[in-house]
Write a protein that binds this ligand. Structure first.
Ligand code: 6PG
Length: 466
């Protein structure tokens, strides 16, 4: 007789944590792993939760132990391994069963897999899981795609294990096929930009105003008590106050300044550009990570071109306002990409709900998200956060600080690609009449491309063709 309410395949960091979270909330969980030798160790370390874990070395037994219609969560590397495991397990499944991919998958793959499995009577859910290991173990934020049928199967378990904001579980069914994975991808794009803005502010204080890292950490800890409160501010405040146990130097000083990236930030940028929604803050953050990995070139360039950074006279309150403005613009860019994708794929994304499920559990959780959710619940043109009364007022108040910080940084030779991108986008978007008339005139001049003429229908050409 099948006993388990769900199966978890993949007992790495995230899979183990999610399985334990489910067992702790009272669910019977069948577990297995490709490397079968991991299974016994995982179960023996589960303590009292062992009684709700059903370990299986055989995939057939694992499947048989799950009550139909089955729900199986895969927490494995995205890409080819997911296709391989789908091919292996689908012949063992029955119509109405659901496979969930809880990894950071490319939503195009999710759409392809959904379509292929639908033909076999199976359901496929792409689910974004945010919050790292601690989140997975004690309350992640989860962005769920797939069919209504799968959501009905899954929702009790996911609501039970999710992070909560004032009792509201930070999980929801956001749309069909790839919607969940796409929303997670954009979450990560926002994560990249917010991290980059924090790194730039740190660098201004450190290299422009010679603040020691621990002092900068204390400033971040202070910011974490006000409107800038967020998980990323909190952890940055904490990590900056650590010393290296070996050398006694600030820990951040012994970490190589070359950042890794697994792809979700890049996917956000690629998809945004493809849909005509350039998200320049996220692009700046992805680019900055790429440049960071060119350490040798940067070192050679510093010798040849000179470091060139001037001392800056920085005011912490001005920096805080600049950060707030940049953060609002960063979320605004993220939601514009979501709006474009919702239109293109007919997902009917609920932006307020997305903001709500990001309020706890995920990496970009912040005090702003409650206000963002309320703005989207109000009368707001789709996805355009900068037009909301709350945020246009906030931007009006904080943009002068962003302008002051970017101006001082640029004049002083400090690199602030994400902060400068935020300002560039803001200044572009508030011009009802911009500069693209010149682009159109040039296109028509050299290529007879034509342009729209103000106040007249149709396509026109300039007198340069007469
Ligand atoms: C999360 C994180 C998580 C992971 C990313 C980071 O929401 O919990 O986004 O998914 O940390 O993969 O991606 P990079 O390795 O590209 O920084």
């Amino acid at each position: 007789m099948p006993q388990a309410q769900i199966g978890v395949y993949g007992l790495g960091t995230m899979g183990s944590a999610l399985a334990l979270n489910m067992a702790e909330k009272g669910f019977e969980v069948a577990v297995t792993n490709r490397e079968t030798e991991w299974i016994a160790d995982f179960v023996s370390e589960a303590g009292a939760l062992q009684t709700r874990l059903h370990p299986h070395e055989s995939l057939e037994r694992f499947v048989e132990d799950i009550k139909p219609p089955r729900v199986i969560l895969f927490m494995i590397p995205s890409g080819a391994p997911m296709d391989a495991v789908i091919a292996t397990i689908s012949p063992l499944l029955d119509e109405g069963d659901t496979i969930i991919d809880g990894g950071n998958a490319d939503f195009h793959d999710t759409r392809r897999r959904s379509a292929a499995l639908t033909e076999k009577g199976l359901h496929f859910v792409g689910m974004g899981v945010s919050g790292g290991e601690k989140g997975a173990r004690h309350g992640p934020s989860m962005m769920v795609g797939g069919t209504d049928h799968s959501w009905t199967q899954l929702s009790d378990i996911l609501r039970a294990i999710a992070a909560r904001h004032d009792g509201d579980p930070c999980v929801d069914h956001l749309g069909p096929d790839g919607a969940g994975h796409f929303v997670k991808t954009v979450h990560n794009g926002i994560e990249y930009a917010d991290m980059q803005v924090i790194a730039e502010l740190y660098s201004l204080l450190r290299n422009g105003a010679a603040w020691p890292p621990a002092e900068i950490g204390k400033l971040f800890a202070e910011w974490d008590k006000g409107p800038l409160k967020s998980y990323l501010v909190e952890i940055t405040g904490t990590l900056l106050q650590y010393a290296d146990p070996e050398t006694g130097h600030p820990m951040v000083d012994v970490i190589k300044d070359a950042a890794g990236q697994k792809g979700t930030g890049r996917w956000t940028v690629v998809e945004a550009v493809r849909m005509g929604q350039a998200a320049n803050m996220i692009e700046a953050a992805v680019g900055a990570r790429s440049w960071s990995s060119e350490k040798e070139t940067r070192q050679a360039a510093q010798e040849r071109l000179g470091d060139g950074r001037a001392a800056l006279d920085l005011n912490a309150a001005v920096l805080a306002d600049a950060f707030l403005a940049a953060r609002v613009l960063c979320y605004a860019q993220g939601f514009r990409i979501l709006a474009a994708a919702s239109d293109e794929y007919d997902w009917s994304l609920d932006f307020a709900r997305i903001a709500e499920i990001w309020r706890e559990g995920c990496i970009i959780r912040s005090a702003l998200l409650d206000d963002i959710a309320q703005a989207f619940r109000g009368d707001l043109p789709r996805g355009q956060l900068i037009l909301s009364p709350t945020f246009s007022e906030l931007l009006g108040r904080t943009i002068p600080a962003l302008r002051e910080v970017v101006a001082a940084s640029v004049a002083g030779g400090h690199a602030v690609p994400a902060l400068a991108a935020a300002l560039g986008w803001y200044d572009t978007m508030r011009q009802g009449f911009g500069s693209a008339n010149i682009i159109q005139a040039q296109r028509d001049f050299f290529g007879y491309h034509g342009f729209e003429r103000l106040g007249r229908e149709g396509k026109h050409h300039g007198p340069w063709w007469d």
